[in-house]
Ligand binder design. Structure first.
Ligand code: AMP
Ligand code: TRP
Length: 334
């Protein structure tokens, strides 16, 4: 039996943080033996907001190396760079022409990011979810493991696929596979260290709001020391204690302890006792990733080879889907 297909990606904008790891990449690693996996570094998405040309390539390398360092295994998975496979841009154009504008104007992430851009909102930012739909649909992905914030984009991807099938396919012969989101509850939404009601984000101006996968032990220590808490003694999972929920949740994930075990351990503790425990657990979880990352980056030719092979493998799948869509839309082929 052929394995089902998984596709996901992360943007090469700045450092990966523990939200990206726990919400996305860690789940990819757990899933990969049971699926045929494609993981891309979505560099075309990274230019939908103003970007720095002198760091884009390096950031792309860093993310690809972090995929490997976090445990993505080339025996199960293909790693590639989105812009290396031209079919992503081409399918985006085709899908643009079947996607109603108001579907895009409704996207929460667009509205949030557009506010930050003021007068400079690009067409690309509005079109971002169609490019994401192309990423997924080109590979006939069955499952798309992402964090909670991507749920609406996945729904849009499904709607676009269904629309293409309705307009240009038949029930017996759908053109595009309709994918499912895969959102694991635990870790799906890691919150900012500076405000437990906001999600941890690469674009938060404050470095203290997030722990990056490549932070040194000293940085991790400092960030946890300074993170926002509340003045209540005894640490418990309580709805109206956002910081406490987030930090206890992180402790549970990094130590492998259940919610019940964490509650039992921490219910009589104050922050002064808890913070060093969380610091140690975080450092212990990130150290092996950092060690592997350094090894991979020290061997530059290796990563180039991984990405070249990934490109070839991704292209063979993506080009076949693109041709299928072009045929269905009635383009002339010679
Ligand atoms: P991005 O940083 O937007 O490229 O996101 C890459 C992946 O990380 C996506 O699957 C997101 O859903 C996930 N992600 C980003 N921020 C968080 C967060 N704070 N908590 C959990 N998952 C996240
Ligand atoms: N939009 C996703 C994010 O910000 C990144 C992404 C782009 C993606 N293309 C994708 C995720 C395809 C999953 C599948 O996190």
């Amino acid at each position: 039996m052929t394995k089902k297909r998984v596709l996901s990606g992360v943007q090469p904008t700045g450092n990966l943080h523990i939200g990206n790891y726990l919400g996305a990449i860690r789940n990819w690693v757990d899933l990969q033996p049971n699926y045929d996996n494609f993981f891309c570094v979505v560099d075309l998405h990274a230019i939908t907001v103003p970007h720095n040309p002198s760091t884009l390539a390096q950031n792309t390398y860093t993310i690809a190396a972090l995929y490997l360092a976090c445990g993505i295994d080339l025996n199960h998975s293909t790693i590639f760079v989105q812009s290396h496979v031209g079919a992503h841009s081409e399918l985006t154009w085709l899908l643009n022409c079947v996607t109603p504008l108001n579907w895009l104007e409704r996207m929460i992430q667009f509205k949030e990011k557009a506010i930050k851009q003021g007068e400079n909102v690009s067409v690309g930012l509005l079109d971002y979810p169609v490019l994401m739909a192309s990423d997924i649909l080109l590979y006939d992905a069955d499952q798309v493991p992402v964090g909670e914030d991507q749920k609406q984009h996945l729904e849009l991807t499904r709607d676009i696929a269904i629309r293409v099938n309705d307009k240009f396919g038949s029930e017996e012969k759908p053109i595009l596979k309709v994918p499912e989101p895969l959102i694991r509850q635990e870790g799906a939404r890691i919150m900012s260290l500076a405000d437990g009601t906001k999600k941890m984000s690469k674009s938060d101006p404050s470095e203290l709001s997030r722990i990056n996968l490549l932070d040194t032990p000293d940085e991790i220590k400092k960030k946890i020391k300074k993170c926002k808490t509340d003045p209540i003694m005894g640490l418990t999972f309580t709805i109206d204690r956002p910081e406490c929920n987030n930090l206890l949740g992180l402790y549970g994930i990094f130590t492998g302890k259940s919610k019940e075990e964490v509650s039992a351990e921490c219910s009589d503790m104050g922050w002064g006792k808890f913070k060093p425990l969380l610091t140690d657990a975080t450092i212990e979880a990130l150290t092996p990733i950092q060690t592997k990352y350094k090894e991979i980056m020290a061997e530059k030719g290796y990563l180039d080879e991984v990405l070249k092979q990934g490109k070839d493998k991704a292209e063979s799948v993506a080009n076949a889907t693109l041709q299928r869509v072009k045929d269905a839309l009635g383009f002339l082929t010679i």
